[in-house]
Write a protein that binds this ligand. Structure first.
Ligand code: ZN
Length: 199
């Protein structure tokens, strides 16, 4: 489990910011972990705000909803520059589904952290082909803390880090996860359609 660094804000003025990345495949609990960290900051009366890309409309428009129905209020934005405009006096900034943002996201996150904010970014590290997804590789390189969370392979029960697509679509962005994807380990991901978790 991620433990917040000691001494944050301890008499430091201006305080330093930093970047945390939570990454992994689908069904790995990224959003739950993002919500856990933000809720703890809120309990400590820190000013928090969460952003997500406006294109992620799977669930309720204004809320980040994770799969265990733990939710937290979030603001949909259509470009990463809007995060800079809106984050204002926040001490902690959360960003969900980071892989779907435009390519300016890494620079936006860097700017926020440089201005003294704690920035927590959650996203898919790989797309359905197993390739690095969007700005995630850059964000992982720049972050002070990277947490890779895992799912369980739906075919064999091993640790899963891949998102296997069950439908023939070739779009990189395909929303609506439970029906269209399985979490798979490396071996079962490579075996493709010759194995199935449905049987
Ligand atoms: Zn497997």
């Amino acid at each position: 489990m991620f433990i917040e660094p000691l001494n944050w804000k301890a008499n430091q003025n201006p305080r330093t910011g930093w970047i945390e990345v939570i990454c992994g495949s689908m069904f790995s609990g990224k959003t739950e972990e993002l919500i856990r960290r933000l809720n703890r900051a809120k309990i400590a009366k820190q000013k928090t705000q969460i952003f997500k890309p406006a294109l992620d409309q799977r669930y309720h428009h204004e809320n980040i909803v994770s799969h265990n129905d733990n939710y937290i209020h979030s603001t949909p934005v259509d470009h990463s520059s809007k995060i800079l405009e809106s984050a204002g006096n926040c001490e902690v900034v959360g960003i969900d589904e980071a892989q779907f943002f435009d390519k300016d996201l890494a620079e936006v996150v860097n700017t926020l952290a440089n201005s003294g904010k704690r920035v927590i970014v959650a996203g898919l590290d790989m797309d359905y082909l197993g390739k690095p997804f969007g700005s995630m590789p850059e964000l992982m390189a720049m972050a002070e803390f990277v947490t890779k969370v895992h799912a369980i392979c739906m075919v064999c029960g091993e640790v899963a880090s891949h998102s296997y697509r069950l439908t023939p679509s070739q779009e990189q962005v395909l929303l609506g996860e439970t029906d269209s994807y399985e979490a798979r380990c490396r071996r079962c991901f490579n075996l493709g359609d010759t194995v199935s978790g449905k049987g």
